[in-house]
Design a protein around this ligand. Structure first.
Ligand code: CP
Ligand code: NVA
Length: 306
């Protein structure tokens, strides 16, 4: 029972490159409007349900604040307190919740859960991170690049570290935003082979972080152990030691290169303390842009293009 006319945002591939371009430009506009105190309440009376099976600071706060600024409301639903956490099927929860709220945001483990939820939902479903993808973060990252350096089309991006959910969304972004992506990860920590193969014209795997970063316009990393991999932390620290992004590694990149990290960061592991505060780091703008990019996404899904 899928609602074919309802748009979802489970990965970056759910929107066309043109629609994604619109979202980024709209996010920049919405940011200016908010910074200059202009009220814009296109979602008055609308409610976002927010299902969290994993921890969050940025995602929760940015979605809640987005709905508040848009004149709507949000409901935080932890699986610890809802019937979802006691085994009520995802399909049933989707049918019930989507008769009450206007959109649903989900952060969970298995990507199949957001897909099942979307299939049975009458309202748009937004992936707020699964083990496989983190598309909302990519909207913020692309906005941040555009604001600092203009179009990312044709640029070279280096991913250094784990082939995780963020890396997978960068592979999707390479296709949708048309850039070259070099991924440097240790043996055994590559992103899914089918994803890389699907975009082999623009995505290249290398072992040496220096080879990936050389001449790059954007260098990105993320934690070595993601949520759910806590027991692998010690082993991963051993295997990833050569994959830290620090000023010396950044010096191999283009002189105008930017550094991004979705946060939270583990200083001294995937990123050095100095790198976080380096002039090339835009991690705080990137974090703020979660708010503006998701406002553009919510407005697009619930109120159409402006
Ligand atoms: N970057 C990100 O998604 O952060 P949170 O886990 O704090 O939401
Ligand atoms: N890869 C990280 C991203 C956190 C925002 C994780 O999944 O924990």
């Amino acid at each position: 029972m899928s609602h074919t006319s309802t748009r979802h945002f489970l990965t970056l591939l759910d929107l066309s490159p043109k629609e994604l371009g619109y979202l980024i430009q709209r996010a920049v506009e919405l940011k200016t409007m908010q910074h200059t105190g202009q009220f814009h309440e296109p979602l008055r009376g609308q409610t976002l349900g927010m299902i969290f099976e994993k921890s969050s600071t940025r995602t929760r706060v940015s979605f809640e604040v987005a709905m508040t600024q848009f004149g709507g409301a949000s409901i935080f639903l932890s699986t610890r307190d809802t019937q979802l956490g006691r085994g009520e099927p995802v399909e049933d929860s989707a049918r019930v919740l989507s008769r009450m709220v206007d959109a649903v945001m989900i952060r969970t483990f298995d990507h199949a859960v957001v897909e099942a939820f979307a299939q049975y939902s009458r309202v748009p479903v937004i992936n707020a991170l699964t083990d496989q993808f983190h598309p909302c973060q990519l909207l913020a990252d692309m906005q941040t690049f555009v604001e600092h350096r203009g179009s990312i089309q044709g640029r070279k991006v280096a991913w250094v570290g784990d082939g995780n959910n963020m890396c997978a969304s960068y592979i999707n972004a390479a296709r949708q935003f048309d850039f070259e992506l070099l991924i440097a990860c240790p043996d055994g920590f590559e992103p899914p082979a089918d994803l890389v193969a699907g975009d082999s014209d623009r995505v290249t795997l290398v072992r040496d972080p220096r080879a990936a970063v050389e001449g790059a316009h954007l260098v990105v990393t993320d934690v070595w152990a993601s949520m759910g991999q806590e027991e692998e932390q010690a082993e991963r620290i051993r295997k990833f030691t050569d994959y830290q992004v620090n000023p010396a590694l950044m010096d191999l990149a283009d002189p105008e290169a930017l550094f991004m990290h979705c946060l939270p960061a583990h200083r001294g592991e995937e990123v050095s303390t100095e790198m976080m505060d380096d002039p090339r780091s835009v991690v705080w703008d990137e974090a703020e842009n979660r708010l503006h990019a998701q406002k553009a996404l919510l407005e697009f899904l619930l109120a159409g293009q402006h």
